[in-house]
Design a protein around this ligand. Structure first.
Ligand SMILES: [Zn+2]
Length: 86
């Protein structure tokens, strides 16, 4: 199988990054809990949000909004699963 360039990822990663966050499911890397993001504990910060596991309180993700740009760090998510958009 030949190597493809990153353009082939536009479809699958584009779909993942445009997911409905409240219904996306993820697994906590700390305790293995699986839940939709709507069930997580979210703490508002001046520049964004810290999302913690409902079960063990580990940090699942950090969303930072600054200068008209947003960044997403997911240090505590083993995986994130989003339903395909209709
Ligand atoms: Zn956990």
């Amino acid at each position: 199988m030949g190597t493809l360039d990153g353009n082939v990822l536009a479809g699958p990663i584009g779909d993942l990054l445009s997911f409905e966050p409240t219904t996306a499911r993820g697994q906590c890397a700390g305790c293995g809990d699986v839940a939709v993001l709507a069930q997580a504990a979210v703490y508002g910060q001046p520049m964004g949000y810290v999302v913690r596991c409902r079960n063990c309180d580990d940090v699942l993700m950090v969303v930072v909004e600054r200068g008209g740009r947003s960044s997403l760090n997911m240090p505590g998510l083993r995986w994130l699963e989003a339903a395909e958009q209709a």
